[in-house]
Design a binder for this molecule. Sequence first.
Ligand SMILES: NC(=O)c1ccc[n+]([C@@H]2O[C@H](COP(=O)([O-])OP(=O)(O)OC[C@H]3O[C@@H](n4cnc5c(N)ncnc54)[C@H](O)[C@@H]3O)[C@@H](O)[C@H]2O)c1
Length: 353
Amino acid sequence: MTQDLRIGIIGVGMMGADHAERVARRISGARLVAVSDPDTARAATLAATLGGALDGSPGAAPDGRLGGVRVVEDPLALIGDAEVDAVIIASPGFAHAEQLMACLEHGKPVLCEKPLTMDTESSLRVVEAEHKVGRSLIQVGFMRRFDPEYARLKQLLDSGELGRTLLLHNVHRNKTVAPTFRSEMIVRDSLVHEVDVARWLFGDEITRITVHAPKPTSLVGEGVLDPQLAVFEMAGGAMADVEVFVNFQVGYEVRCEAVAERGSATIGLGVDVLTRQAGHWGGAVPDDFRVRFGLAYDIEVQRWVNAAARGEIDGPTAWDGYAAAAVCTAGVQSLQEGRPVAVEMVSRSEVFG
Ligand SMILES: NC(=O)c1ccc[n+]([C@@H]2O[C@H](COP(=O)([O-])OP(=O)(O)OC[C@H]3O[C@@H](n4cnc5c(N)ncnc54)[C@H](O)[C@@H]3O)[C@@H](O)[C@H]2O)c1
């Protein structure tokens, strides 16, 4: 295929707008052609900005096109649009199931931001529907797998140089989140990344999860359990612990230390430029994930575009999204009931034979 892959983006809030900018300006072999968002003014402003960047004309054209990027109000119409080859879903999680099913119906490759869907059952229905289509169309936006530091850690652990991996210690902190970000969302929207990291680094499923709620910070609304401390038990007996703290106040930090039989390896120390100034030395803590994982998102989207052009995917699958949903469902139950909860999943052979 020599023509650019024509991409439509659904949901252009924080993540979707970031992807739109990425596709329009940095990704090769792809062209942003349409955006959809119930906030049509936001979609139109973005389309005008990026459409202008594409063809040099900032304003609306008479046929409703804004530069090179159209606003399509109905997300399902964007998916069915004959001029859209592939879709990025960056709408809120509750909208993913219907939009993913529409992508499958139209045979369109889709990069869906995590979570795949909001619960285990609907995620399994998506996995089954894709299996019926007979080819892999869905890639899930677990971008850490594309982060150069995580990728090197995975390579080192898989090489066997350090022996078998026994433990992972993870830290995941945000500066602040919206007051609407409740305790369960800390599991489903934040911890979900470590769920995928643990499954990926160990190459194994999580069978049991415990989510503890230590004394909460006083800097969040009543009833929000922040920070949280999770423990994953893997099928093969290894374990991972995770501190998730989404109102840490300082900035965005993600660290992972793998402990193996003959050594350990740590990523995410954030050692970039160290300064010495006014009696202090130190470096910068990024404000949010778009800075820390900017390169990971670029690599993720470029590899997805390259793969989609070949009719393939190149990253976490719908099954990975389903497994993460199952673990998070058990995690929310553990948080509510204060006890370890077994993860309930069907086996791969039940779906794929
Ligand atoms: N991979 C990551 O690191 C990462 C980081 C942040 C967010 N996300 C995921 O990206 C998605 C979007 O998150 P966000 O932070 O950008 O949220 P956001 O609230 O900033 O943006 C969501 C956008 O979707 C629009 N929207 C609402 N309902 C819609 C619908 N039915 N169809 C289409 N658009 C709709 C909203 O108007 C808004 O513009 C979520 O699934 C979230 O979990 C992933």
